[in-house]
Design a protein around this ligand. Structure first.
Ligand code: ADP
Ligand code: MG
Length: 460
């Protein structure tokens, strides 16, 4: 007998459920229903347009994969908003702000916690934050905002890659302000939470309450606002919340994985709001900063890590602070499982999986990594490459590193020069030419360069 749409969808959900956080499953998928099935398409109804956007964005790929697996053929999932999603969000300006929430037919579940009671992580403080070249400006801006909220940069918009300390900085501002003025109403929330709250409030007809809660806040911290991408109705609501708080001179701090302009599908008026204050980036920490962060972690958490182990980790975990922390945790686990002291050789074997397997395969090639690989091939230290030293044993690998960075990453010459002892762009051009000439003339040299390159390529 043919399987029905309902049966098929139930199987898909059952297969997907164990892999998703229960809360997300309930919020986003539990209220869906299959409404049609053809050869290639399974049609699903969801409670709202938000659900459609959210599910497609977050779970679309995995659900489709499961569906195809179960049905054994290529298929498409198509999501629709249900019939009662007719309620457009009324413009905030015309709605009485304090209107009581409309009565609910079912006894309400406990209301979501008030944002002002949302906890800050008290470990994320300025004291625990290591400042380096990569985050100096961001950290200075955060200090400025913490000492003068609502008056200096509003909003403060921090952006940068994953695991570089944006969330930490954001909490640090909150913690600092809270310490000085304990009655400050602070809301920290991942952007996803804002979306969830809004969806719930629309479903339950409590949008007025939603707005009131968010507008009573003194300090609003919204993490990862790139989640607003393409979610028009959420953006609309966010826009009004933003304006209300900003007009009242309440401080807003936002983070994202990229600058406002580069968030696809972000409305122009939000981009312009986000750029009103200060937009500042957090970069990948350099070797020195990675060392400093590891030393600080060890000191803060009472860990005994030898300098050579710290250096080993710093040299190999180059992408983010999160990766550094992961390596330390892994080492601690390894040490307690095997009952051995942490040593450099343990670090090598414990981290081999992390560094040789998962990490490297997904690790984008960074200039630091290229320099590291070249240094290793030529048996010199990356520090020597980055120094001003001009002996031949250093100059050759330094030129190779410049050449490979240009070849693989196509970074600006000036930027490459900076990495290697502040050399100017004509030196970089000269270096690259040298390498090209020598590769043409000398097979052994060429295969050495190719070897490094293959190693880098293989690990991507
Ligand atoms: P992001 O929000 O940019 O993805 P997080 O703020 O979550 O990154 O940082 C990841 C981890 O790294 C956190 O545990 C944080 O405490 C730590 N961390 C990041 N940057 C620093 C730093 N400069 N000094 C100390 N710890 C840091
Ligand atoms: Mg974060």
């Amino acid at each position: 007998m043919e399987i029905t749409a309902h049966e098929l969808w139930t199987q898909v959900l059952e297969a997907a459920r164990p892999g998703l956080p229960e809360q997300s499953f309930r919020t986003w998928l539990a209220g869906t229903a299959a409404i049609g099935l053809s050869d290639q398409v399974l049609e699903i109804e969801t409670p709202s347009q938000f659900h459609v956007e959210w599910i497609e964005d977050k779970y679309g790929a995995v659900l489709t994969q499961i569906l195809e697996h179960l049905s054994g053929r290529p298929m498409t999932l198509r999501f629709h908003a249900g019939q009662d999603d007719a309620s457009p969000i009324p413009a905030v300006e015309v709605e009485p702000e304090r209107a009581p929430a409309p009565p609910r037919s079912t006894p309400a579940r406990p209301p979501p916690p008030s944002p002002s009671s949302m906890g800050l992580n008290d470990r994320y403080t300025f004291q625990r934050y290591v400042v380096g070249d990569n985050n100096e400006l961001a950290s200075a801006a955060c200090h400025a905002v913490a000492s003068n909220p609502g008056r200096t940069y509003n909003p403060l918009f921090l952006y940068g890659g994953v695991g570089l300390g944006k969330t930490h900085l954001m909490h640090a501002i909150g913690n600092e302000i809270l310490e000085r003025v304990p009655e400050t109403r602070i809301a920290y929330l991942p952007c996803e939470r804002f979306v969830n709250d809004l969806v719930t409030s629309i479903q339950e007809g409590t949008t007025a309450e939603f707005r009131r809660r968010y507008r009573e806040i003194d300090l609003l911290l919204v993490d990862d606002v790139h989640f607003l991408e393409g979610k028009e109705r959420t953006q609309e609501e966010f826009f009004h919340t933003f304006n209300a708080l900003h007009d009242a001179r309440k401080q807003i701090i936002l983070t994202s994985d990229r600058p406002p302009k580069e968030i696809p599908g972000l409305e122009a008026r939000l981009i312009s709001r986000f750029e009103w204050g200060l937009v500042v980036d957090v970069k990948v920490p350099d070797f020195e900063t990675r060392m400093a962060i590891l030393r600080k972690k060890a000191a803060d958490d009472d860990l005994v890590l030898d300098e050579d182990v710290i250096e080993y980790i710093a040299r190999h975990c180059t992408d983010s602070v999160r990766e550094l922390e992961g390596a330390v945790i892994k080492l601690l686990a390894y040490s307690s499982l095997t009952n051995q002291e942490i040593s450099i050789s343990m670090a090598e074997s414990a981290l081999r999986g992390v560094l040789g397997g998962r990490a490297d395969r997904h690790r984008p090639i960074s200039p630091d990594r290229i320099a590291d690989e070249v240094a290793e091939e030529w048996g010199v230290t990356p520090e020597a490459l980055a120094s001003k030293r001009r002996s031949r044993d250093i100059m050759v690998p330094r030129q190779v590193a410049m050449y490979l960075i240009k070849e693989i990453l196509d970074l600006p010459l000036v930027r490459i020069g900076q990495q290697f002892g502040g050399r100017d762009h004509s030196t970089v051009i000269h270096s690259i030419r040298k390498v090209e000439e020598r590769m043409d003339q000398e097979d052994s040299f060429r295969s050495r360069v190719t070897r490094v390159r293959t190693r880098l390529d293989r690990e991507v």
